[in-house]
Design a protein around this ligand. Structure first.
Ligand SMILES: NC(=O)c1ccc[n+]([C@@H]2O[C@H](COP(=O)([O-])OP(=O)(O)OC[C@H]3O[C@@H](n4cnc5c(N)ncnc54)[C@H](O)[C@@H]3O)[C@@H](O)[C@H]2O)c1
Length: 337
């Protein structure tokens, strides 16, 4: 069975491809390299037997290309990770997010539907919930995103629900909390440009590649005043995609699952854990809060365990940081190195 993975040259996508391969699936990656890395794809291809992973440079909005790929490679399921995902950028330039994430996503879904591929896994996000009215956040929490990025994912989820009802187009929407860590093979990892995620930023400071870390807000109603997030190892995320693909291929119903640990860590806890893991000190200062940053974002995780049989296995804070540190220390310039 071959799975189409859009965004497979990106951080989470490259790990999803690796874990799909480890679980016996063949893969065709479609990525326009707007944010991804050809080097990540090369590493995936080097490790796999010839032909098991095919890379095509192209855009999800290119319907003719997607149609051709589905036919040529007999694609049986799709995992859609390709998207822009910078919250601040989405506020400044919503058109980019509605064009790439929404129009691109809709074009892909429609092309797959017409091509007879009815198993679709969407990379969604905790950002669809907006300001939590309940913590930990269950999947039944109201969907009220606070920015165009979150809205773009919520819109795709809405369209998927309508496609399922009308056409039997089955899907799983995976709402990730904060992805972190790197594959134990050591040659895949996080390299966003610009980097906006806390753990790589703190590790870059530990490496001396940043003078210090700015902590956004020290006056939240949390035990140490800094924001609390639910970090989940990227390989645990990848495992959930494999289970979601299998669920759909075995005829399972459409579903929406949170992917997190159910446990939150504050920014200061992450800083302290990085200092313990790396043995280096990380300078930081407390800055102002960012607009739209909730104090606490933690997943309720019971549904994914019960219905998908998924539980995180590698998402202890220090374990995640140690795997990320192995990647960053060996590749201080990311894939450019
Ligand atoms: N990183 C996180 O913590 C996090 C949290 C929640 C949700 N997500 C979602 O997970 C997915 C992957 O995130 P990531 O951190 O790996 O991002 P990433 O930027 O590393 O990967 C995205 C990939 O998609 C590709 N891409 C973008 N638009 C495309 C298009 N139109 N056609 C083809 N390829 C395209 C990029 O080149 C890149 O390789 C995204 O959908 C994101 O919204 C990420």
């Amino acid at each position: 069975m071959r799975v189409l993975v859009t965004g497979g040259a990106g951080y989470i996508g490259s790990h999803v491809v690796q874990v799909l391969l480890e679980n016996g699936f063949d893969v065709v990656i479609l990525d326009n390299l707007s944010r991804g890395h050809a080097a990540a794809v090369e590493r995936l291809a080097e490790r796999a037997a010839a032909g098991r992973v095919v890379f095509v440079a192209g855009d999800v909005a290119d319907a003719a290309l997607v149609e051709h790929l589905v036919r040529e490679w007999e694609v049986g399921a799709a995992v859609h990770l390709a998207a822009d995902s910078l919250v601040g950028e989405s506020v400044r330039d919503p058109a980019r997010y509605y064009r790439n994430n929404v129009t691109g996503g809709l074009t892909l879904m429609e092309t797959l539907r017409r091509s007879g591929v009815g198993c679709f896994v969407l990379s969604s996000t905790a950002a669809v919930y907006g300001e939590p009215v309940e913590t930990p956040i269950p999947e039944t929490h109201p969907v009220k995103p606070l920015n165009p990025y979150g809205t773009s994912k919520a819109l795709l989820e809405q369209v998927l629900a309508d496609y399922d009802r009308a056409y039997g187009f089955r899907y799983v929407s995976l709402r990730y909390f904060n992805a972190a860590g790197a594959h134990p093979a050591g040659d895949l990892g996080e390299d966003h440009r610009p980097e906006t995620h806390l753990i790589p930023i703190v590790l870059q400071a530990a490496l001396g590649r940043r003078p210090e870390v700015t902590v956004y807000g020290g006056d939240y109603h949390t035990p140490d005043g800094t924001a609390v997030r639910d970090y989940i190892h990227v390989c645990d995320l990848a495992d959930a995609h494999v289970l979601a693909v299998r669920h759909l291929l075995e005829g399972g119903a459409s579903a929406c699952w949170n992917l997190g640990t159910g446990r939150g860590h504050s920014v200061l806890e992450v800083l302290a854990a990085v200092e313990r893991v790396t043995g280096r000190s990380v300078p930081y200062h407390i800055g102002a809060r960012r607009d739209g940053d909730p104090a606490v974002l933690v997943a309720a995780t019971g549904r994914a365990l019960e219905e998908l049989g998924w539980a995180p296995r590698r998402s202890g804070l220090e374990e995640m940081i140690a795997s990320a540190w192995a990647w960053h220390a060996a590749h201080p310039l990311g894939y450019a190195g």
